[in-house]
Design a protein around this ligand. Structure first.
Ligand code: HEM
Ligand code: HEM
Length: 138
């Protein structure tokens, strides 16, 4: 069940994160004000990644493709789900959380869009680099 939550939530995480990134760069280039709506979108993206982190950790300790597979590190597919995906995604979520945290300290709308845009985008790229596509889409 945890695995199917993690698998389904992944669509929402990727979609909302992508929308938040595009929204931030559009706001930046239009030089408009950072509004309540921009804040809500960024916050929803943050919360989804945090929930995915907690579910991911639970999947990792319970699934045979997680911790158990750590003893078979010569197998590239197992190494991806057991090690690279968890580690790189924790890093990605840290980047996104830093983006959220730093946007709060910015006074200007321009500064807020920049922090959300660049740090969320970096996180998104990290996540995309380590999705176990063949498991997910199969
Ligand atoms: C935003 C971040 C994340 C996204 C978008 C994401 C997405 C995914 C997707 C699409 C799969 C394949 C699911 C399937 O087979 O249907 C997966 C599997 C997995 N994820 Fe994540 N994940 C994220 C973060 C994490 C984190 C932080 C951990 C652990 C700390 C983790 C642990 C795992 C494990 C162990 C599997 C293999 C589970 C199995 O198929 O039995 N994930 N993830
Ligand atoms: C291992 C689990 C988690 C860790 C390590 C973690 C870590 C963090 C950190 C460091 C921040 C601070 C960001 C800042 O400086 O503003 C934060 C903010 C936040 N987290 Fe998490 N989180 C986790 C799980 C969750 C879960 C499960 C949820 C929701 C269901 C959640 C919701 C939030 C929200 C809403 C904020 C933003 C607070 C605000 O600035 O308004 N987190 N988290």
């Amino acid at each position: 069940m945890l695995q199917s939550i993690h698998s389904t939530l992944a669509y929402a995480v990727l979609a909302v994160l992508l929308i938040a990134v595009i929204n931030a760069f559009l706001g930046l280039s239009a030089k408009r004000n950072f509004t309540k709506k921009d804040r809500s979108l960024s916050l929803v993206a943050l919360i989804l990644t945090h929930i995915q982190l907690v579910v991911g950790l639970a999947v990792w300790v319970t699934s045979p493709l997680g911790k158990e597979a750590m003893s078979q590190m010569s197998n590239a597919a197992l190494r991806l789900t057991a090690v690279e995906h968890p580690l790189v995604n924790i890093l990605a979520i840290a980047l996104i959380t830093i983006g959220w945290s730093k946007h709060k300290k910015e006074e200007s709308s321009n500064g807020k869009f920049k922090k959300i845009g660049f740090l969320y985008f970096a996180g998104l790229l990290f996540i995309l680099s380590r999705i176990p596509w063949s498991n997910w889409m199969a």
